[in-house]
Design a protein around this ligand. Structure first.
Ligand code: MN3
Length: 201
């Protein structure tokens, strides 16, 4: 079984006005679908990889045959990151983090406000295309970082909890060059229950 594009669980316009319907449609049906198709294409010669979990593949890229490794890094990363991307949004408005999880964040970053500013800065500061991340490390410590292109934090042993797509395709139709405004608005559609489920796994 090849990798499958997950269906959106909300309509294209469900995340308005933070994300406009056209952006959601193109981002999912063209970009995410494109990564999925290219990942499957790259692995045609090595179908045993279709049986693996995508995170397992990205954690062990050195096990991927060299002739398709770059394609798998790029398109496997793109496939997995967009799975995280769509899953973390809610059409019914932001669900706040629970008090226990807020305590975890405050302990790690000093305050909730400092945490948000730090993730905003990491995301806004990506040069070119990439992602801002809140991750947990193997000791369950929270880490904020960014990766270029579709390089994955899981390849460095981290577990992504919040994924901030700052490729221009994620925001350009509505925000044009105003990436910082998009990153600020991102919080309005984030489903904290998904973030906490990822943390507690
Ligand atoms: Mn994207």
């Amino acid at each position: 079984m090849t990798f499958q594009l997950p269906k959106l669980v909300f309509s294209y316009d469900a995340l308005e006005p933070v994300m406009d319907a056209k952006t959601v449609e193109i981002h999912h049906d063209k970009h995410h679908a494109g990564y999925t198709a290219k990942l499957n294409k790259a692995l045609e010669k090595y179908p045993e990889f279709y049986e693996k979990d995508i995170t397992e593949i990205l954690m062990n890229l050195s096990n991927v045959p060299e002739d398709v490794r770059t394609a798998v890094r790029n398109n496997g990363g793109g496939y997995f990151h967009h799975n995280l991307w769509w899953e973390q949004f809610t059409a019914i408005g932001p669900t706040p983090p629970s008090d226990p999880f807020k305590s975890v964040i405050n302990l790690a970053f000093g305050s909730f406000d400092k945490f948000q500013k730090k993730l905003n800065a990491a995301s806004t500061g990506v040069f070119g295309s990439g992602w801002g991340w809140l991750c947990k490390d193997s000791g369950r410590k929270l880490v904020i970082n960014s990766t270029p292109n579709q390089n994955s934090p899981v390849s460095s042993g981290l577990v992504p909890l919040i994924a901030v797509d700052v490729w221009e395709h994620a925001y350009y139709l509505k925000y044009q060059n105003r990436r910082a405004e998009f990153v600020e608005n991102f919080w309005k559609i984030l489903d904290w229950s998904v973030v906490e489920t990822r943390f507690n796994k």
